[in-house]
Design a protein around this ligand. Structure first.
Ligand code: NI
Length: 397
């Protein structure tokens, strides 16, 4: 059996230099022109047929095994975040205000490493690997764009896989959950419209500040009183804007925030209660509310069989690793869920924090950085999983 961990470790400098280069030149969603250019250049140099500009900046390459068989999609995201980097590493962002603060630089480097390794083992593969390098994962619609551009057709994948470096857990740790892995997310905006006027004469006005305050408080009753205690949900009001002067009741107040859920029935219940509370309270307070709800991503629910397979591979490659197969889920969301709505698969996490080296800031933090030893680990786990699935005739995908 191929030792993909040894191969990934021998490619460490390749992976690390790509990762550091992407880190120094981060690009926001749908603007990953330089990153996608490097991805396309690397894939082309390997001799693969490469398709570029899919959903603006996405790149797709097919790796056909020596024999026919199932099609596995492996997805890697490429976008950075609008954050001013505060690390002092030599590969710090050269693009002020834009930062790879989620590890997608590592994912892209891992993706290229996996491609290189699997290509070297093409003769042993019975099936096809569809590599997709995706733009705009951070809430901008990259996965939906790639789907609309047809990446799930010609050939149609039988299984979809993706990984995420995970600084919430240390290096040496994996989570490969059979079932829910990341939450479904909605973005909401509320406009509470009242009747502005003199702050000293509230009885002549309809105060949207007070109505907004009531709404913020009452929204917390949804999780406390409408969601079954053993099921999870989050309702967070994250911005509140209204008013200009200390003695003027404003005309409108605007709120924005996010809702997170897993089960469709919980999501439905939360959204229903959300609207009843917002409209009802605004009306009670003599105001009117407008609600704008946008779905950012569904929940990622892993297929139990592929999760079990990946966990088995991980246990073999990393006998000392802590492998969590289900007790850990994150309320964070992931747009790979749009792909997983159409293709069964698994989204798994590679622990990447190292407290001793000071590499343990959370994702989306201005000092985020991870232990690069996680790169070969992620590449080895992805490559081994795919190779085994395309080799083992007895295993049904
Ligand atoms: Ni991410």
């Amino acid at each position: 059996m191929t030792d993909f961990l040894a191969e990934a470790q021998s490619l460490f400098e390749y992976t690390q230099s790509l990762r550091r280069d992407f880190h120094m030149h981060p690009e926001l969603g749908f603007k990953e022109v330089r990153t996608a250019g490097i991805v396309a250049r690397e894939l082309t140099s390997l001799g693969l047929e490469v398709h570029t500009c899919i959903a603006e900046t996405g790149v797709v390459a097919l790796l056909e095994g020596a024999k026919s068989g199932p099609v596995i999609l492996a997805r890697f995201d490429m976008d950075a975040l609008p954050i001013l980097e505060e690390t002092s590493v030599p590969y710090t962002s050269q693009n002020p205000g834009v930062m790879h603060a989620c590890g997608h630089d590592g994912h892209t480097a891992i993706g290229l490493t996996v491609t290189k390794m699997l290509l070297a083992h093409r003769q042993e593969l019975a099936g096809t690997v569809k590599f997709i390098f995706q733009p705009a994962e951070e809430g901008l619609g990259g996965a939906e764009g790639m789907i609309a551009a047809g990446v799930l057709e010609n050939p149609k994948p039988d299984l979809a896989l993706a990984l995420h470096l995970w600084n919430e857990k240390p290096l040496g740790w994996f989570v490969i959950a059979a079932g829910p892995a990341t939450a479904g997310a909605e973005l909401f905006k509320i406009k509470v419209r009242g009747k502005g006027g003199h702050g000293a004469m509230p009885h002549l006005n309809a105060d949207p500040v007070l109505a907004a305050a009531e709404i913020v408080t009452a929204l917390q009753s949804i999780v406390a009183r409408n969601v079954p205690p053993l099921q999870a949900a989050v309702v967070s009001v994250c911005t509140i804007h209204g008013g200009e002067a200390f003695n003027v009741i404003p005309q409108t107040v605007e709120l924005a925030g996010t809702i997170r859920t897993f089960e469709p029935e919980v999501r439905e219940k939360v959204l229903e209660r959300f609207k009843v509370i917002v409209y009802g309270l605004a009306e009670t307070m003599g105001c009117q509310a407008e609600v704008d709800l946008q779905r950012l991503a569904p929940a990622v629910i892993n297929q139990p069989e592929s999760a079990a397979h990946i966990a088995e591979v991980a246990r073999r490659i990393f006998p000392d690793a802590a492998i969590d197969t289900g007790d850990y889920v994150t309320m964070g969301s992931e747009d790979f869920a749009f792909i997983m709505e159409k293709v069964p698969g698994c989204f798994f996490f590679i622990g990447s924090a190292n407290k001793e080296k000071g590499l343990d800031a959370s994702h989306h933090h201005p000092r985020f950085d991870f232990d690069e030893q996680a790169l070969p680990r992620g590449a080895a786990l992805m490559a081994s999983t795919v190779a085994e699935l395309l080799r083992d005739k007895s295993r049904k995908i």
